[in-house]
Every structure is written in structure tokens, then in C-alpha cells.
Design a protein around this ligand. Structure first.
Ligand code: NAD
Length: 71
């Protein structure tokens, strides 16, 4: 199964992508919550194929550690 990293997933574009991708892929998402809403992916929270990390894509070390393995 594909593993996908989706940044900014709590916004309009990212949340729609999660909806599309989760049926065929493991989706790891990274969002700093600066404008996004957790409710935009609420329906996926209990899905074991879905992982959400709070952080900025500008924090390279945190990004590397938390999303290792996703592409
Ligand atoms: N009409 C439609 O169907 C439709 C579809 C998609 C988007 N849009 C519109 O397009 C515009 C852009 O949408 P969008 O999804 O690209 O942007 P957005 O602003 O909706 O979402 C951006 C996301 O990125 C996050 N983010 C910002 N900086 C970050 C960082 N450094 N690290 C991690 N996460 C970070 C924010 O918290 C947010 O969740 C919006 O106005 C949206 O309403 C409309």
C-alpha cells in the first residue's frame, strides 16, 4: 500500500485530497494549525491508515522524524 505525506491537510485542498487518497493509501498529514481546522478531517481520525502530526513544514528536523517513510 502506498504511503503518502500530505502537508497543509487541514485546509480546503488538503482535506479533499485526504478524502480521495485514504481509500487506497496510508495518509500521513502535517499541519501547523495556523488556519486549518481539525474538523476538516474528523471523519478520518479513527482510521488506522490516517496519521496527523501538528508541526510546520519549515521545521525540517521535526518533519523528518514524524513523517519518516511517507512520500
Ligand atoms: N471551491 C473549492 O472547491 C476549493 C477547493 C480547494 C481550495 N479552495 C480555496 O483555495 C484557497 C487555498 O486553499 P488551500 O487548501 O491551498 O489553503 P488553506 O489556507 O485552506 O489551507 C492551508 C493549510 O496549510 C496549513 N499550513 C500553513 N502553513 C503551514 C506550515 N508552514 N506547515 C504546515 N501546515 C501549514 C494551514 O494550517 C492550513 O490547514 C482557499 O481560499 C480555499 O477556500 C476552494
Amino acid at each position: 500500500m502506498k504511503r503518502i505525506l500530505n502537508t497543509g491537510c487541514l485546509g480546503s485542498t488538503g482535506a479533499n485530497l485526504v478524502d480521495r487518497l485514504i481509500s487506497t493509501s496510508e495518509v500521513t498529514v502535517l499541519d501547523d494549525l495556523s488556519s486549518g481546522r481539525l474538523s476538516s478531517v474528523g471523519q478520518h481520525m479513527a482510521n488506522p491508515k490516517f496519521k496527523l502530526f501538528e508541526g510546520s513544514v519549515l521545521d525540517q528536523l521535526k518533519t523528518n522524524e514524524e513523517v519518516a517513510g511517507a512520500r
